[in-house]
Each structure stands twice: as C-alpha cells, then as structure tokens.
Design a protein around this ligand. Structure first.
Ligand code: GTR
Length: 325
C-alpha cells in the first residue's frame, strides 16, 4: 500500500513537471494574407527565429500565410480579441479604428520611400505605434509596403481623365474610396482574396497595389495595364494582441521588441529586391506599364485631405510629415 502510494505520488509529480514544461513553451500564432516567401512572411519568420533563440525555446511563432486564418479585416478582429497572437496586415484597414493610421495612408503624403522611412522611424511613427494600444494591440514593427498604383484589364492609364468611370477594387478603407472618387472613378472595397475573380469576371475593371502583390496574387494575369501613379505608400503593420503581450515578462518584452526591430532591417532588404523581381516578372509576362504625370493626381486630392484630416492632432501630424526632410 505504502509502495503504491509512493508510486502514485511520483506519477503525480512527473505529471505536474510535464505540465510545467508544457506551459512554459508558448506557441504564438501569426497571420499573413501573403504567400510563403513574400517579404512580410519572411520577416515574421525571422522574428520568430530570433525570439525562439533568445527565449531558449520558451516562445515559438507559428506562421499561417496565404490568409489561412482569414482575410485581413477578420484577422484584425481575431488578434484584437486574442484568438491569434500576432498579425501582419496593412495599416489601411485600421483607418476606421485608429485615427492616427489615416495619416500614413493619405495619398501622396510621402515624397519618397526615404521620406516615409524617416517619418515612421521618428516621432510620428512612435505616435502611430502608441495609438494601437487604444484597440488592444501592440505595434511591434512597421514594414515596407512600397507604393500602390492602379492596374486594370481595359486600357493603359496615362492621365486622371483616363480613369473616368472605371471600377476599382480598393483596400478596405474610406480614404481609398474617397481617393478614387476624387479621381472620377468608382471604388469597391473588398477582401484581397476576392480580387482576382472579380477582375476576371468583369465585376471590376481593376485594383490598386504594389508590384509584389500584383505579381504574387496573380492579378497581373487578368489586369495587364499597370499605371505607376504611386498614389499611396502605406506602411505594413506587425501587431501583437495586447493580452498576449501583457503575459510576457519585461525581459521577454525587450527580446520581442529587439527581434521585431531586427526583422525590419531584414524586411526592407527583402522588399527592395522583391519589387524589382516582381516588376521584371510581370513585364516579361506582358504587363504594360505606363508612367503618368503625378501632379494632376496630387492636385485632385484636396477633398480627401479635407474630409479625413479634420482634427488638430491629425493636422499636426500631416504638418510634421511635410516638414520632415
Ligand atoms: C498588400 C498588403 C496586404 C493587403 C493587400 C490588399 O499590399 O501587403 O496586407 O492589405 O495589399 O490590398 O488587401
């Protein structure tokens, strides 16, 4: 009897130890709409490797690419409620939720990629990052998303007038809807995964995105005319559920922050080469690229700024961006 209870005690102890070990290893699920190999996917994988190494395996990142966990709007809700821990999404679908994210999503707010980097690496970037806490998120990193331009299945676009009456899918943000309206065209916000067939079936004439998305989502197959109007340069956001973040010790939070920062440098390098690679690939496959004069596009954006930059806080952010050299 005594022997038996000793054994039972030992078994219980072993079970408790095992449970302890198991709970000390946390798997963090991360979502991305892009396919494996895309620069944002690779950057989050790199972040995961650094975190795993530096926490001696206590934290690992399980990445679900290709929208396996859902389209961006849905995954934003999932990460806000803590159903998933991490998410890499564009900043634009946050526009209705976090006012500060409207500023970097405004058309022609950045003069160049360098200008954009300076702004998001500086005080305005910190202000935008801090605002994510309002909706239960911690912004770990801004990644590059390049410039978005229009493409369509019908004709080359050489001027604002060429866009008249055309129908474009836009990312899910009112800024984009109003921007397209200001250019005399019609916008339909819809999830990324629905764009290919919407163009193919003629529900829309085209969409707008950077070269890597135009290429990897295969939109180039169904919309051959790409016009380099470069209307927005929206940074990508890599976020963590605040509920998951709050479970980390301050030491682990520092590890996560440093890993995210290092993944930014990695992503920027990958991004620059992917843009060139995708552009060359779509051109070789028959895409026709036009380069319209941007000034008339810029001049048409007044109503978008009037509608979306109303309060003093956002006005000050826009001014700070304009002043940044
Ligand atoms: C891409 C961005 C994605 C997604 C997509 C879209 O440029 O990286 O996160 O937002 O655009 O248009 O839906």
């Amino acid at each position: 009897m005594l022997h038996f209870s000793r054994l039972a005690g030992a078994t219980l102890l072993a079970a408790a130890l095992m449970a302890g070990t198991a709970s000390a290893q946390t798997v963090l699920r991360s979502s991305d709409t892009h396919p494996d190999g895309y620069p944002t996917v690779e950057a989050v994988k790199y972040f995961g490797e650094l975190v795993k190494e530096r926490t001696a395996g206590r934290y690992t990142v399980e990445l679900y690419h290709s929208a396996q966990l859902g389209e961006e709007k849905d995954t934003i809700e999932q990460v806000r409620s803590g159903v998933i821990d991490l998410n890499r999404v564009s900043m634009a679908p946050f526009n209705g939720l976090i006012p500060e994210t409207t500023v970097p999503s405004l058309p022609y707010i950045f003069r160049s990629e360098d200008h954009m980097h300076k702004v998001i690496d500086g005080a305005v970037g910190d202000q935008i990052a801090a605002a994510f806490e309002q909706v239960g998120l911690v912004l770990l990193a801004f990644y590059d998303g390049g410039a978005r331009s229009f493409y369509n299945s019908k004709k080359p676009i050489n001027s604002v007038a060429d866009l008249a009456g055309m129908k474009f899918r836009v990312i899910q943000s009112d800024i984009f809807v109003d921007m397209v309206a200001a250019l005399g065209a019609n916008a339909t916000p819809m999830p990324y995964g629905e764009v290919y067939s919407a163009i193919e079936t003629g529900v829309i004439d085209g969409a707008e995105n950077n070269f890597p998305s135009y290429d990897t989502a295969k939109h180039a197959e169904v919309a051959k005319f790409y016009s380099l109007d470069e209307h927005t340069m929206v940074p990508e956001a890599f976020v963590m559920a605040k509920s998951s973040w709050d479970k980390l010790t301050p030491e682990d939070q520092a590890i996560f922050k440093a890993a995210a920062k290092e993944s930014v440098a990695k992503q920027r390098g990958l991004w620059a080469s992917k843009v060139k690679e995708s552009r060359a690939k779509v051109e070789a496959a028959g895409s026709q690229i036009t380069t319209p004069d941007k000034q008339p596009f810029i001049d048409a954006m007044g109503p978008v700024y009037e509608k979306h930059v109303k309060d003093d806080k956002l006005k000050a952010m826009v001014e700070a961006i304009k002043a940044a050299q």
